[in-house]
Design a protein around this ligand. Structure first.
Ligand SMILES: Nc1ncnc2c1ncn2[C@@H]1O[C@H](COP(=O)(O)OP(=O)(O)OP(=O)(O)O)[C@@H](O)[C@H]1O
Length: 283
């Protein structure tokens, strides 16, 4: 059974327009005269360091925070957002059962398909009539995710959707997003997830929105700092990964030499990219 996000027709081409947007909590300016236009079919990752304002930007798009300057406009024709908040599970009605929770949002779903979706998310038949109040934290998170999956929309706004999901559910989400014809805006720390689904990356940096019209690899190609961090992350993961003796026949010296080679290759790429940048500057 293939799970798809139900689409309610097609939105117009223009989905979200952000114009000279300004917003901050207390003294801290999180968004500083930011501009961005999002069109139907675009799948965008919003990335940036912790606390830079990614979730806040989603709230501004959803009209849950009011800008102190500028504006966020949803397109005029048939833009129907479906928003997955980080604390979605906390908003579930504790008195409903598992099945009722999903059923009440799913407009065009047959009951067997709803049960199929719940089954894919690990809710066995004997859990369908269980009250939400009796579910564990993880179960509530998965149920909130199912509720989100069935709601009709033409725009998905996702805040860390893969948190608490197991691998099969993540794969189901990735596939459903790939098949979705509307626009998708997601905040996620899950690099693998982002790599699978996005065709545009927007980096929140010092309150501005830096736009990369390409997938995550394109973003890494263009952004030296991000590429450097990615290499560091990969190196850290390599270090943490359990060492399999039979495979690791390299001596310590050989490993050091390999690391040095990687560093040199990276420095060479950095120089090349600087050269290209400067060449552009002189043109
Ligand atoms: N309701 C609020 N009142 C005051 N400050 C807030 C509020 N919500 C968020 N903040 C602060 O605003 C900043 C940006 O928060 P936000 O959640 O948008 O960041 P983020 O980029 O999504 O972070 P993370 O990657 O850690 O989830 C943080 O410093 C946060 O503490």
């Amino acid at each position: 059974m293939k799970i798809r996000f139900p689409e309610r027709g097609r939105s117009g081409r223009s989905v979200v327009t952000i114009k000279n947007l300004e917003f901050g909590y207390e003294d801290e300016l999180l968004v500083n005269r930011a501009n961005l236009s999002i069109e139907r079919g675009e799948k965008i990752a919003i990335i940036g360091p912790n606390g830079c304002g990614k979730s806040t930007l989603l709230k501004l798009i959803m009209g849950l925070e009011n800008p102190s300057g500028g504006e966020v406009l949803l397109g005029e024709h048939n833009v129907l957002p479906n928003y997955f908040e980080q604390n979605q599970a906390e908003a579930l009605d504790l008195d409903k059962t598992v099945l009722q929770t999903v059923e009440e949002v799913a407009e065009d779903w047959r009951i067997d398909d709803i049960k199929g979706l719940l089954g894919r998310c690990n809710f066995k038949a004997d859990m369908l009539d269980r009250k939400v109040s009796l579910l564990s934290g993880g179960e509530k998170a998965r149920l909130a995710f199912c509720k989100f999956m069935v709601k009709p929309s033409t725009l998905l706004v996702l805040d860390e959707p893969t948190n608490h999901l197991d691998i099969p559910s993540k794969e189901m989400l990735e596939e459903a997003i790939r098949e979705y014809g509307g626009a998708v805006i997601t905040v996620s720390h899950d690099r693998f997830f982002i790599k699978q689904i996005v065709n545009r990356v927007v980096e929140v940096k010092d309150g501005h929105l830096q736009d990369y019209v390409g997938d995550y690899n394109y973003f890494l190609e263009k952004n030296l700092e991000a590429r450097e961090k990615e290499l560091e992350r990969e190196a850290e993961l390599d270090e943490k990964a359990p060492k399999v003796k039979a495979k690791s026949k390299m001596s310590k010296a050989e490993k050091e030499a390999q690391k040095k080679q990687k560093r040199q290759a990276f420095q060479a790429a950095k120089q090349k990219s600087k050269g290209q940048k400067n060449a552009k500057r002189w043109n």
